[in-house]
Write a protein that binds this ligand. Structure first.
Ligand SMILES: [Cu+2]
Length: 365
């Protein structure tokens, strides 16, 4: 028995010491945002991330971003033209990056050419319906909120104008992610500093597009004209379209994500409404921050990681083999009957120790 006690005590001690690094985050001391540096963040379309430092260079800053509502018709697959509701014209909305303890100052602009009221609910923010109560802007209005990002991790944000308009706006495209990095950057499973070479942002989008009597997807003159029909489709809880990054093929072929052998790639995955389960065919997730919190120790060596609807999860993989990887929802019906599939094209030398074709297909002797 004695032999077993010492390793047990050592293991307990190491768990306790590591857990201290991953403790619940306390609210930071209040600062005066007017006296802090203000940094404009230029938004970029998914799956890219805006330029950012992985480790904060200095103390907290005010990260300023502008989100402009665009209500626009988008061809989401060859047979479907749908009125998407977007922030900055993309589905999903662009990802915002800040560091824990920063302030994020968001201006929501709703040009008068739009037809509807919109707002913003940030899961990374605290109070006032995530900002939803303070950002309701009618066409021709804009509003600005500032919130402190106190919890490091990845979080969704979305439009939430109230009632059935909430799922209608979210499933019409009004959702995005904010990544709040720890000031010192990410940590691996041992609590050691971790640097990523690339990062991509992938969101599963469910759409509920009504059909006409002939079974064709209907087109409407205005977004609101389709809402009553959309609610009937929603009542089935069965999406008509499930896609990665808003459109069939948004992450395929020439639009595939790219990487090189040896690079550590951070994938920020999310789904604002339905549950998703991401899988990299031919690869893994070396690390997964389940639940999205960077204050938790990442899980290791995961094959598939779940993303409950209404959340984001970060996963990191170091590519070891070249080739084209499929990045899928491993509900394979969603991946291959619907369109919840993308690609990562990886360059570099093959590792025949990890896999080699011993005998190509040939007739059975
Ligand atoms: Cu909206």
């Amino acid at each position: 028995m004695k032999v077993r006690i010492i390793p047990f005590l050592l293991a307990t001690a190491s768990i306790l010491s590591c857990n201290q690094q991953y403790s619940v985050f306390e609210d930071p001391d209040p600062l005066d945002p007017d006296k802090l540096p203000h940094v404009q963040q230029a938004m970029v379309p998914p799956p890219a991330l805006p330029e950012h430092d992985q480790v904060a260079k200095d103390g907290p800053v005010v990260v300023e971003v502008t989100l402009k509502v665009e209500e626009k018709k988008m061809k989401i697959d060859p047979n479907t033209t749908f009125w998407t509701l977007t922030f900055n014209g993309s589905v999903p909305a662009p990802i915002i990056v800040a560091h824990e303890g920063d302030y994020v100052q968001v201006t929501l602009v709703n040009p008068k050419t739009n037809r509807m009221m919109h707002n913003l609910d940030f899961h990374a923010a605290t109070g006032y319906m995530g900002g939803g109560d303070l950002t309701e802007v009618a066409p021709g209005q804009e509003a600005t909120i500032r919130f402190r990002v106190t919890k490091p991790g990845v979080f969704v944000y979305h439009c939430a104008p109230g009632g059935a308009m909430v799922p209608i706006h979210v499933t019409s495209g009004m959702n995005g992610v904010i990544m709040v990095l720890p000031r010192g950057g990410l940590r691996d499973e041992h609590g050691k500093r971790l640097h990523y070479d690339r990062a991509y942002y992938v969101v599963e989008q469910d759409y509920y597009v009504p059909k006409d009597d002939q079974g064709n997807y209907k087109e409407y003159d205005t977004p609101a004209e389709g809402f009553a029909d959309m609610i009937q489709v929603m009542r089935t809880l069965t999406p008509t379209h499930i896609m990665l990054n808003g459109k069939a093929g948004a992450l395929m072929h020439e639009q595939a994500m790219i990487a090189d052998v040896g690079e550590k790639v951070l994938f920020i995955t999310a789904s604002c409404n339905i549950d998703a389960r991401f899988h990299l065919i031919g690869g893994h997730a070396d690390l997964v921050w389940n639940g999205g919190s960077f204050h938790d120790r990442p899980a290791t060596n995961q094959e598939t990681w779940g993303v409950p609807g209404g959340s984001a999860v970060a996963a990191l993989y170091r590519f070891r083999q070249p080739g084209t990887y499929a990045f899928v929802d491993h509900d394979l019906i969603k991946a291959f009957v619907f369109n919840a599939v993308g690609q990562v094209k990886v360059g570099g030398p093959a590792n025949e120790d990890l896999m080699k074709q011993v005998s190509p297909p040939h007739p059975i002797p």
